[in-house]
Design a protein. Structure first.
Length: 201
């Protein structure tokens, strides 16, 4: 899918009738841990959006690497993508399974790296979503358990979610998106929640 087509779909994300069950209209496909399509909600690990070419992680509630409750500070150590400000990392801020994080730090860069090392859904190119990507999926998120909802991103913790650094004019910053819509957010120590995405050619 060409970038221009993807941008148009994302811009119209709220007018695409995003109310169907996963797979019901062919747009959303549930994937298992290997990346294969599945109808088993207990094996449901990722969701592919065939309209935008994006695949989203599905959070867990098991206290593991991708538990929905974990929060992270914003950090990007790559000067080519951080807009001149790396953010911050330490060993006290945020809440996550520190033993799985480089340096014991709960930050967005170490989370992305940990998920890529694990090969989530058979891939190692997961990233933070851009603001328009995450905002377009907001109405498909829910705190409900995966076996009780037809929305395609279940078991979402209520709160603010990080997006990738964006540059507007001369200013670079990372915006946050409130999920699910009308959620009652909690405020942490400068750390927020994360939902990763990858491009699916």
């Amino acid at each position: 899918m060409r970038r221009a087509e993807r941008r148009a779909l994302l811009a119209c994300g709220l007018c695409l009738g995003l109310t169907g069950a996963a797979g019901a209209d062919g747009r959303f496909v549930r994937l298992d841990a290997t990346g294969a399509p599945t109808e088993d909600r207990n094996a449901w690990t990722c969701t592919r959006d065939t309209a935008t070419g994006l695949t989203w992680e599905v959070k867990t509630v098991d206290g593991g690497l991708r538990d929905r409750r974990w929060t992270y500070t914003p950090y990007d150590g790559n000067p080519a993508t951080n807009g001149g400000y790396a953010g911050y990392r330490d060993t006290t801020s945020g809440k996550c399974g520190r033993e799985q994080m480089a340096g014991g730090s709960c930050n967005t860069e170490t989370y992305v790296a940990a998920v890529n090392r694990a090969g989530l859904c058979g891939h190692r190119d997961w990233r933070l979503p851009a603001y328009p990507e995450l905002a377009a999926m907001a109405r498909q998120t829910t705190a409900a358990a995966r076996d009780t909802t037809d929305l395609v991103l279940p078991e979402i913790e209520e709160g603010w979610y990080w997006t990738a650094v964006a540059t507007v004019g001369v200013t670079s910053f990372s915006r946050v998106v409130l999920l699910p819509p009308r959620a009652r957010p909690q405020f942490y120590d400068g750390s927020y929640l994360v939902l990763l995405v990858r491009d699916d050619p």
